[in-house]
Design a protein. Structure first.
Length: 131
């Protein structure tokens, strides 16, 4: 099944080993603010001198071919549940060092799509490990 454009995110190097997720349809980053996962105000990555803390995620390998995305400022994981629409996006407060095996909403599979010309893959990333 082909993902719709609003379901695709460009991985942007946020520095310090962290990433940000930018969506070209909404021209916005995924952010965690006040415990909620939502879209930032519209902005292009090149307009930022630094990525806002609410939009930065640490990539946490889960050991099963998936990753989890942890926001250090909010100390929460990005999660999705089986619901359509924005109601399916949420955050959870598991400790970054001990994401339980039962935490399935927090696990994501990375699919490498055609790289946009404006932004290179974050330094040090190897998408082969997610396959």
């Amino acid at each position: 099944m082909e993902a719709l454009d609003w379901e695709k995110f460009e991985v942007v190097d946020a520095g310090d080993g962290e990433v940000a997720l930018w969506n070209s349809t909404f021209k916005a980053f995924v952010q965690i603010e006040n415990g909620d996962a939502k879209a930032s105000s519209p902005i292009y990555p090149r307009q930022l001198t630094t990525i806002w803390p609410s939009c930065r995620f640490q990539v946490v390998p889960t050991g099963d071919g998936t990753i989890a995305l942890h926001n250090p400022e909010a100390t929460q994981f990005l999660a999705m549940r089986m619901e359509s629409g924005a109601a399916g996006i949420l955050t959870t407060s598991h400790a970054i060092q001990s994401l339980p095996d039962t935490a399935t909403w927090e696990r994501f599979v990375v699919y490498e799509l055609a790289a946009p010309a404006a932004h290179a893959q974050p330094q040090g990333w190897n998408l082969e490990i997610a396959r």
